[in-house]
Design a protein around this ligand. Structure first.
Ligand code: PEP
Ligand code: MN
Length: 363
């Protein structure tokens, strides 16, 4: 996959946003007082980018669906009074026109909208000729191509300042997280579009305020460029997403505990790690050589089974291998889960090799 994407470093009002970029503000703008009080507290903490949802695509009807256009002058006031950059979610072309009329500095596309190419196309057309950052949340379903497709559609109309927001993926069984982080997907996005900046949304991933620090730290350790964290002056009485919003003071506690390590753009880091990386490369080559040899032995077993009419899969032997390897793995400081995963894959590959041999004529 080689997407035709041209992306510039995220800049808002000519300021390059340094890592980590913090975006904070309530899930929804509810009243003028709530919006301004939250913004004032965040500005006092040094937050430069303010978010608030004006139009809220809610899963079920009957929940608060956003204050609508009425809230846009409140956002404008936030900008005038605090000097913060302001942003909101858009889901239709009309939202784009309205938001721009009130001086929105950046916009984001929500997870439910990213999942719909027609909606993204409509938003993209409304953005033609507009030079502000557009942040694209991942689709609700874990589909990297759909996420890339939305980025391409927005990029194709000439919007160059595009960033991606990772907000996790829906699942039927909600366990620890409200939305499964599935970190491999944003990592693969970055591998496909290396110049894209990644912002994590720990609020929608975790769904609970107690997990915000843990998820934010994970994002920082995975080299994310920024964090978008829902913050409300009175979270327990919020009209949407009450359980996951922090107070401004709560957000400060998260920031104070967050460890932000350097990204690897320093030549010294590469130089220092060169020997260790070489060692890893050599070990990986040996692992693959050994696996190749193991498959040759498996093929010999396949020949024997073919000639003696024995089935490929021998459950007793499989269980014995899994048990013995897990014990050996633990001796080597590896987990049982890791051993099970590896040997399940090796066994699958072995069966595939044996199947090829058994279905061939005798040689
Ligand atoms: C939001 O940011 O408030 C929001 C609705 O997010 P998502 O699209 O990730 O559900
Ligand atoms: Mn929300």
């Amino acid at each position: 996959m080689n997407p035709s994407i041209e992306i510039e470093t995220l800049k808002v009002n000519k300021q390059e946003l340094k890592r980590p970029l913090f975006i904070a503000g309530p899930c929804s703008a509810e009243t003028e007082e709530q919006t301004l009080a939250t913004a004032r507290a965040l500005a006092a903490m040094g937050i430069k980018v303010f978010r608030a949802g004006i139009w809220k695509p809610r899963t079920r009807p009957g929940s608060f669906e956003g204050i609508g256009t009425k809230g846009l002058p409140w956002m404008k006031k936030v900008k005038e009074e605090t000097g913060m950059i302001i942003g909101t979610e858009v889901a239709t072309a009309v939202h784009v026109y309205e938001a721009l009329k009130y001086g929105m500095d950046m916009l984001w596309i929500g997870a439910r909208t990213t999942a719909n190419p027609f909606a993204v196309h409509e938003i993209a057309e409304a953005l033609r000729g507009v030079d502000i950052p557009i942040l694209i949340k991942n689709p609700v379903n874990p589909d990297l191509d759909l996420w890339i497709g939305a980025i391409e559609r927005i990029n194709q109309v000439g919007v160059k300042k595009v960033a991606a927001i990772h907000r996790g993926f829906s699942s039927y069984n909600k366990a620890k997280y409200r939305n499964e982080p599935n970190w491999q997907i944003p990592i693969d996005l970055k591998r496909t579009i290396p110049e894209i900046q990644l912002i994590a949304d720990p609020s929608h991933i975790s769904g609970k305020r107690d997990l915000i620090l843990e998820v934010s730290q994970q994002a920082m350790d995975l080299n994310f460029d920024g964090l978008m964290i829902e913050t409300h002056i009175d979270p327990d009485n919020a009209w949407s997403d009450a359980g996951q919003q922090l107070t401004p003071a709560g957000l400060k506690t998260v920031f104070d505990q967050l460890v932000v390590r350097n990204t690897n753009n320093n030549p010294k880091v590469n130089y220092d790690l060169e020997d260790l990386r070489h060692e890893i490369d050599q070990l990986d080559i040996s692992i693959l050589d050994m696996l190749g040899k193991r498959m040759q032995v498996a093929e010999n077993i396949g020949r024997y089974k073919r000639d003696n009419d024995v089935t490929i899969f021998q459950p007793g032997r499989y269980t014995e291998i899994m048990e013995k390897r897990a014990r050996q793995a633990i001796i080597n400081g590896l987990s049982r889960e890791f051993s099970d995963q590896i040997f399940k894959s090796i066994h699958e590959e072995s069966i595939l090799h044996q199947k090829t041999i058994m279905n061939k004529k005798k040689i």
